[in-house]
Write a protein that binds this ligand. Structure first.
Ligand code: GLU
Length: 389
């Protein structure tokens, strides 16, 4: 288990901000709070950390603009509130971040965007591109089209999915709760605060209870669910209160917060997932040279592919079969089966002329691939691929 470290020492951090921190039911957006938050983000970015924000508050802000009465909203009311609130929310983030010359990019996700491989890859590519150019993705669920059956509903779990999608090493859940207690502290005076959670055991889950405030959807339950998603994928998680303002500075200065240890490194967890959880939808048969290149940690290029079997879409898991007819690796296809057939054996520079668009150079990128069988000596394999350790 890695130990808790200063925020500036993480590589990529997802910060989830609860509605109650950003929106006051009567006065609307809490501008001063947001400005202080953005200064904290700028300071973290200045240390070289990639920052992504999952911002709640669209529905709360929209209902305050529309002056809807308090109490539960009907689905169509929350969709309309989100439509009104999201535009204001995104603008507020963009304006506030621009004071530190940081560019914001809005991403609205639905459940399908994170669950379906193809859409997942598209969303991930956009997020990575935004981070590459130094922008801060401001992410929310696309509540205007989400219906109750096909939605996250809470941004805690959405933020955890975003963290795994972006390969983040830290997820910070900011709300009005400062961490995990052995029992709900407002109901049980004996409740003890837990500063470090090494593993999310059934006992930890039992402590979560249910309570959520009126403005937000998530309670401790969804935070623990988020913790399971994040830590399994090798991402640490912090639950902290943002109520006092400048929450990142507060965490750095030792304010009370709960830290959940990551269980593995992100790449290993992700590759384990690729290798273990999905049924391959097709096969790519490769030549000797390509097999050796994969063993050395390279991506699979179309030039090394000899045959494409099956019907798969970009983002589906496919098996990579070596010259001896054995599966040697698995990965997420960078092309649909039909396109893959067309570029089989061809140079990456020819892709555009063949397909009519500049696709990815690799048939399967090495980040999307895991070796499933030995190439070369055992010790060599262990050196190159620790995901099966
Ligand atoms: N997506 C919702 C909104 O922006 C918030 C969900 C939550 O509170 O977790 O209003």
């Amino acid at each position: 288990m890695t130990t808790r470290k200063s925020l500036g020492r993480y590589r990529r951090v997802v910060i989830k901000i609860g509605s109650a921190l950003l929106v006051d039911r009567k006065t609307g957006l809490k501008k001063a709070w947001l400005d202080a938050m953005c200064r904290d983000i700028a300071a973290l970015k200045a240390k070289g950390v990639d920052v992504l924000v999952v911002s709640s508050g669209a529905i709360a802000l929209g209902r305050s603009v529309l002056d809807l009465p308090s109490g539960a909203l009907k689905l169509e009311e929350s969709q309309a509130s989100a439509a009104v609130g999201q535009i204001a929310l995104a603008r507020a983030w963009s304006e506030s971040l621009s004071r530190d010359e940081i560019v914001a990019g809005q991403i609205l996700l639905t459940l399908g965007d994170t669950e379906e491989r193809r859409r997942y890859l598209n969303a991930r590519a956009t997020i990575n591109q935004l981070l590459k150019i130094g922008a801060v993705p401001i992410i929310n669920e696309n509540d205007t089209v989400a219906t109750s059956e096909i939605r996250y509903g809470d941004n805690d779990r959405l933020a955890a999915r975003v963290a795994t999608m972006a390969g983040a090493d830290l997820l910070i859940l900011l709300s009005d709760i400062d961490g995990l207690y052995t029992a709900p502290p407002h109901l049980d005076p004996q409740a003890e605060f837990l500063a470090t959670i090494a593993e999310i055991t059934p006992e930890i889950e039992a402590m979560a209870g249910g309570a959520a405030s009126e403005l937000s959807r998530g309670g401790m339950r969804t935070k623990i669910d988020a913790g399971k998603i994040a830590t399994t994928a090798g991402c640490a998680m912090i639950i902290a209160s943002g109520k006092a303002g400048s929450p990142l500075s507060a965490i750095e200065n030792g304010a009370r917060s709960s830290w959940f240890a990551p269980s593995r490194t992100p790449v290993t967890a992700r590759k384990t997932w690729i290798a273990g959880q999905l049924q391959p939808a097709g096969e790519l048969h490769v030549d000797e040279g390509a097999a050796a290149a994969l063993g050395a940690g390279k991506s699979l290029l179309p030039a090394g592919v000899r045959k494409v079997i099956g019907l798969f879409s970009r983002g589906d898991t496919v098996a990579i079969v070596g010259p001896q007819g054995r599966e040697i690796a698995r990965g997420l296809a960078g092309y649909d089966a039909e396109e893959a057939r067309q570029i089989t054996g061809r140079k990456s520079t020819e892709i555009e002329a063949i397909l009519g668009y500049a696709g990815r150079a690799a048939m399967i990128h090495r980040d999307d691939m895991v070796m499933t069988s030995q190439i070369g000596s055992k010790s060599e394999r262990q050196k190159k691929d620790t995901s099966y350790a």
